[in-house]
Design a protein around this ligand. Structure first.
Ligand code: HMG
Ligand code: MG
Length: 298
């Protein structure tokens, strides 16, 4: 019932570090990208072209994007909320841009300062210009399984945003559990709603692990044939506009699960664990990856 291979997008340099209170040097972010690609990651979310007043940690986007040594076959993605962000991003040649909307009205307001309908109007020219420039476009559907302000989110609202994104040309969508409240059946209902508009190759799971459900949720999505997932080395992460949200599911933990199921990822788990240990040491804290801790203790 499981896919033979899974593609992981490591979002640590972006989602993982965007909420970090201490300044993290661009050189550290660049080395993190290098370590991830050396471990076999083929998609990396590098940074965001957002307002530095809103998210100061991503203010070094240009320095980071132009500082990385690109490896052939690796796709480098960046977040762009509006035309200003897109224009700055395009100059730095990403392979993919990400527009990020929410299935919750309140979260949309808090995160990008506009309603869902306004966000789609704002994204439409961003998507068109990116595609015109030959850059791929992904859409994140935040709060797909619950909202810090509105609580439960019905699957229909996920389906509705997926439809709106499809209509403006977004090529694939992430079902994002921003605050990690989802459980497996809820995950499957949300994917079913998105799959009315996108096929299995064009949906992915983005699970934060706040409630410890992310691996179970990953398995539930795998059982439906979903084979694209976002995760963050060392379990880094959290959204500044979702209080209490902890990190994304740790890439090490997802890789261990997948390899245990006999699913190919192309990732060298030992090198990945080393990358997780390295960035955790840079941040002065223990790794958030259970697998990382277990393997490092051996
Ligand atoms: P706004 O204040 O409504 O924007 O913010 P504005 O157009 O009125 O502009 C206000 C100021 O920001 C102006 O500067 C603009 O130039 C500047 P001022 O004249 O005051 O000096 N500005 C920009 N600067 C740099 N880059 C830009 C940009 N745009 C405007 N792109 C805006 C609207 C969307 C900009 C703001 O709300 C914002 O930046 N939000 C980003 C929030 C964010 O990054 N959140 C975290 C990422 S989403 C996430 O983590 C969830 C995800 O992981 C999935 C999941 O887990 O759910 C993806
Ligand atoms: Mg996230």
């Amino acid at each position: 019932p499981y896919p033979n291979r899974v593609r992981l997008i490591d979002v640590a340099p972006r989602d993982g570090l965007q909420n970090e209170k201490q300044p993290v040097a661009a050189a550290v972010k660049i080395e993190l990208v290098h370590r991830l690609q050396a471990a076999g990651l083929r998609e990396i979310e590098v940074t965001s072209y957002v307002s530095p007043k809103w998210v100061p940690q991503m203010a070094d986007n240009h320095e980071v994007m132009t500082g990385i040594t690109r490896q052939p076959g690796v796709r480098y993605a960046v977040l762009t909320p509006n035309m200003k962000g897109l224009e700055a991003a395009l100059a730095d040649r990403p392979d993919e841009i990400v527009v990020f909307g929410a299935a919750s009205e309140t979260f949309s307001q808090k995160n990008i300062n506009c309603s869902i309908a306004e966000s789609i109007e704002r994204f439409a020219p961003v998507v068109a210009a990116a595609l015109q420039a030959g850059v791929a476009v992904r859409g994140a559907i935040s709060c797909a399984l619950g909202c810090p302000y509105e609580g439960d989110i019905a699957p229909e609202r996920v389906g509705e945003l997926a439809r709106l994104m499809k209509d403006i040309g977004v090529q694939r969508v992430d079902i994002a559990d921003t605050i990690g409240v989802g459980t497996p059946l809820k995950v499957q209902r949300a994917f079913e709603a998105a799959l009315a508009h996108y096929d299995l190759d064009h949906v992915s799971g983005h699970f934060h692990d706040t409630y410890g459900q992310a691996l179970a949720n990953t398995l539930a999505a795998l059982q439906m044939g979903v084979w694209n997932f976002q995760s963050s080395v060392a379990g880094l992460g959290g959204c500044p506009y979702a209080r209490g949200a902890t990190g994304n599911v740790a890439t090490e933990d997802v890789v261990y699960l997948l390899h245990g199921l006999g699913i190919d990822t192309g990732i060298d788990l030992d090198a990945l664990v080393d990358a997780g240990a390295w960035i955790s040491a840079q941040l002065g804290r223990p790794t958030g990856s259970r697998v990382g801790r277990a393997l490092l203790a051996k």
